[in-house]
Each structure stands twice: as C-alpha cells, then as structure tokens.
Write a protein that binds this ligand. Structure first.
Ligand code: PLP
Length: 469
C-alpha cells in the first residue's frame, strides 16, 4: 500500500517536472517573439543582464508576468516596494495628485514638502530635509554639505577646501554618480571611471584600529551604510559606529549614515542607526520613501543646515507635489498599519525557517541581517539558485556572487513567509551540485572572507554556520 503511494507520488513529481520544463520552453519561445524584449535588446544601453520575461503588474507581495505567471516578490524592487504592489492608498494618492499638479517648480512651496519633511524629522530625530530624486543624488548632496561644513573661518570660500578627505568603508556601495561612485569601494563599479573624487580613503569593515589610523583633522566626513546592502548584508558593529561617532565629533567631521537600503522601516526600526545610542549628522534615504516613485532625501541637523544658503544646492524634479504626497501617505501607512512590528515578526519567522534549512543544506554558511533585510551566505555561487527560484515563481537576488538577498515588502503575511520557505526549500533541493559547484574555492576571495578577516560581528540574525560546505 505504502509502495503504491510512493510510486504515485514519484509519478506525480515527474509529471510536474516535465510540465515545468515544457512551460519554461514555451515561455522562452514566447519571450523571444516578444517585441518589447526585441526592442529592449536592440535599443537600450546594455547595462543589465535580464531574464527573458516582462512583468506586467503586481498586487501586494506578488508580481505577474506577461504570460500570467505569478511570482512571490521577495526582492521588492531591491528594497523599494515596502508596501508591495498596487497598494490602494498609494494608487489613490497618485490618481488624486496627478489630476492636481504633477510638477511644480522648487521656486515655489507645494502642499507636501513641508509636512513630509516634518514626518521625516520626527522619525529620524534630525532637523532638516532636502529632497532629491534618487539615492545616489542624495549621497552627492550629502558630500557637498560635508564640504561646506569643513571650511574653516579663515579659508577663502572659493579656494579648494583644505579639510576635504572622506573616509568610507571597504565593500561599500553608495551609487553611480561621480561623487557616490568615488566613495563606493567595489572596484568593478569605480575603477572603469577613474579618476574619481580625490581624498577618499577606504577603511576595513568594522575595523576600529584601521578607522583610527585613517582619521585626522583633514577628514571632512565618514560615510557608511549602517547595514551594507549590495556588499552582502553586513551590519556595522556597535563599537565601530561608536568610534566613528566619537572620531567625527573630535575632528570636526560629519558622520553620514547611508540608510538608502536599510532605512525607513526595513530593519523594524525607522532607521537602522536607532539601535545605537547616538545619531549621525546626516542620514540619507531613498528607495522605499515614496511607495515606488523616485524620491531621495538628505536629513540633517540644524548645525549642518546652518552652512547652506539659497543657490548652493537645488534640483528641478526633487520633492515634487505628487511624489511628496505619495511619500507622506507611504510613511503614514507604515505607522497606521504598525508595519514595523510586522517587519520584526516576519523577519524573525524567516530567519527561524532559514536556520532549519541550514541544518539540512550544508552549503548554507551564514544567515545575517535585521528585520526584512536578510542575507543567506552560501558556499556555492548564488546565481543558479536565483534562476531556479524565478522558474518556480519566487523573486530573490544574489549579491557579491555568494549571498542570496531577501528584501520582501513590509506587508508580507505569515502565510507568505511559509510559502517562501517552501519554495526556497524546493529551490535548494532542485539546483544540482554541478550547477553551483565551480565556486567553493573562489568563495575564499569573497566579501565574506574579507569580513571574517575584519572581525565581522553581525546583527540579531548573524548566525555563522561555518565550518561547512
Ligand atoms: N546607497 C545604497 C546603500 C544603495 O543600496 C543604493 C542603491 O542600491 C544607493 C546608495 C544608490 O541609490 P540609487 O540607485 O537610488 O541611486
């Protein structure tokens, strides 16, 4: 009796696998013929490697492609879609404001910049806000503020600033414009565009001694991601933060927290730095700020704000009425729906589930992160797992070759966490050793190895499972 049931299950499994292969082949054929992909391949700058599918719409934590296939979205537009897709409040606000005024010049007040700035000040504990269009642009603005603040009273205002060094961290990512790129340590992004901004020094991640050795009175700012995102989900340690804060104060430099990926609720706090006892001088946010519309912001103290005056910085589009109205609703929704608690609870469930999987799959080396910003460090390359997940209707991403990164929306439910864990287990089971094997040796060169050497101390989820794999 039991043997018959087993045979039937095996047959069902084989049938489902054959159907899946058939469906994939069909969607590849469809995609090839899809004129939108043909046009993209023919006319776009080749800056991305994309799978051959076109997403048509989303709802909550799900996305749908042009063939109607459904995907559980655990990437969230790389930390943008905090409220999921087509959130009714966001849709309603965009409709309403589009019919009023999409754009008004920054030469005039609009109805939403002030209230949104007030909300961000309340959340952050900082005092003043400048709105930009993206993360990288906000980082560049923050570096400009640091330059202004570093000028000493006797210095000629138009001469190159003497105190102009910037300290940033190894393995960092801050964006693609020249300023942000100059403080991004990852060489494959930065070096092809050299020479970059002068005076930048990179400090080993969480290495207090290295930080101390590179800090002096010529430093105008230390810039860090409170949790490194692109670098593989590595939280800055409390001792490193405290030392950076103290050195910045001692040498008259600014501590700038890049919270573009980890801020605005992602860790279960409004800002990731709020787990520490001190504040930065500047916090930079973007990604989830406006519910999916492009908006970045520089938040800073009154003392820093005192160095800027009209005409020294500006933007055409940043902080328009439609985008600010939407951002205000997005932040109010996070408060009203108590989403920070959901982030903490669902994050805890995901990590507990991942630890169970780690007991079964020995290529899982470490699970780290906070709230709904989670990295799963593998001893094999992550690419094949991302592809298999996509085939099975799950969207995740791999960063620094070996870390699967999860950035689901804040609205995910307990049932969706279970769905995710089931899907991921299937993915881990399905990817053949050979597809991901080539790499365990290369892994010694990975970011994880660099971080281990620098004495990485993770956040609440940091759970090293080595030696393994
Ligand atoms: N800083 C961090 C930590 C980021 O993760 C990113 C984007 O991934 C940026 C800056 C750049 O932001 P944007 O792509 O909006 O320019």
């Amino acid at each position: 009796m039991r043997t018959t049931a087993k045979k039937r299950a095996a047959l069902d499994g084989a049938r489902q696998a054959a159907q899946r292969v058939h469906n994939q082949a069909q969607s590849r054929r469809d995609a090839k013929a899809d004129h939108r992909i043909v046009d993209a391949d023919r006319f776009l700058l080749p800056t991305y490697k994309r799978p051959p599918l076109v997403f048509s719409h989303g709802r909550g934590a799900y996305l749908f492609d042009a063939t109607g296939k459904k995907y559980l979205d655990f990437l969230g537009g790389i930390a943008v879609n905090a409220l999921g897709h087509a959130h009714p409040q966001i849709v309603k606000t965009i409709r309403r404001e589009a019919a009023r005024a999409i754009h008004l010049s920054n030469l005039f007040h609009n109805a939403y910049q002030g209230p949104l700035a007030r909300k961000l000040a309340e959340w952050s504990g900082l005092d003043r806000v400048f709105f930009a269009n993206s993360g990288t642009e906000a980082i560049d603005g923050a570096l400009k503020l640091a330059r202004l603040c570093s000028r000493t009273p006797g210095e000629r205002p138009n001469a190159p600033a003497r105190k102009h060094h910037i300290v940033a961290l190894e393995n960092s990512f801050h964006g693609r414009t020249f300023g942000a790129l100059s403080v991004t340590s990852t060489e494959k992004y930065r070096l092809p565009f050299a020479p970059s901004l002068p005076g930048v020094q990179f400090v080993r991640f969480n290495d207090v001694a290295d930080l101390e050795s590179k800090f002096d009175d010529t430093v105008s700012a230390i810039l860090l991601e409170t949790i490194q995102g692109e670098g593989g989900v590595y939280p800055v340690s409390e001792s490193f933060w405290n030392r950076a804060r103290a050195l910045a104060t001692q040498h008259g430099a600014l501590l700038i927290a890049d919270e573009i990926q980890c801020g605005l609720g992602r860790t279960g706090r409004y800002f990731a730095y709020q787990k520490f006892s001190s504040k930065p001088d500047i916090a930079v946010v973007a990604k989830p700020l406006a519910g999916g519309l492009p908006l970045g912001a520089i938040l800073t103290s009154e003392a820093v704000a005192g160095h800027i005056s009209p005409g020294l910085h500006g933007t055409t589009f940043g902080g328009g009425p439609l985008v600010c109205a939407t951002a205000l609703v997005a932040l109010e929704t996070i408060d009203r729906q108590k989403l920070l608690a959901n982030v903490r609870e669902r994050g805890g469930e995901i990590c507990a589930g991942l630890e169970k999987l780690a007991a079964e799959f020995d290529f899982i080396r470490e699970i780290r992160g906070e709230g709904l910003m989670i990295g799963i460090e593998l001893s094999r390359e992550g690419g094949p797992f991302v592809t298999e997940a996509l085939n099975r209707g799950l969207l995740i991403n791999c960063t620094h070759d070996f870390t699967l990164r999860l950035l689901p929306p804040f609205i995910i439910t307990r049932a969706q966490v279970r769905e995710f864990l089931n899907l991921l287990e299937q993915v881990f089971r399905a990817v053949p050793q050979s597809a991901a094997a080539a790499s365990s040796q290369a892994h010694t060169k990975s970011a994880q190895a660099a971080h281990s050497a620098a004495g990485f101390q993770g956040g609440p989820y940091a759970h090293t499972l080595t030696p393994k794999g």
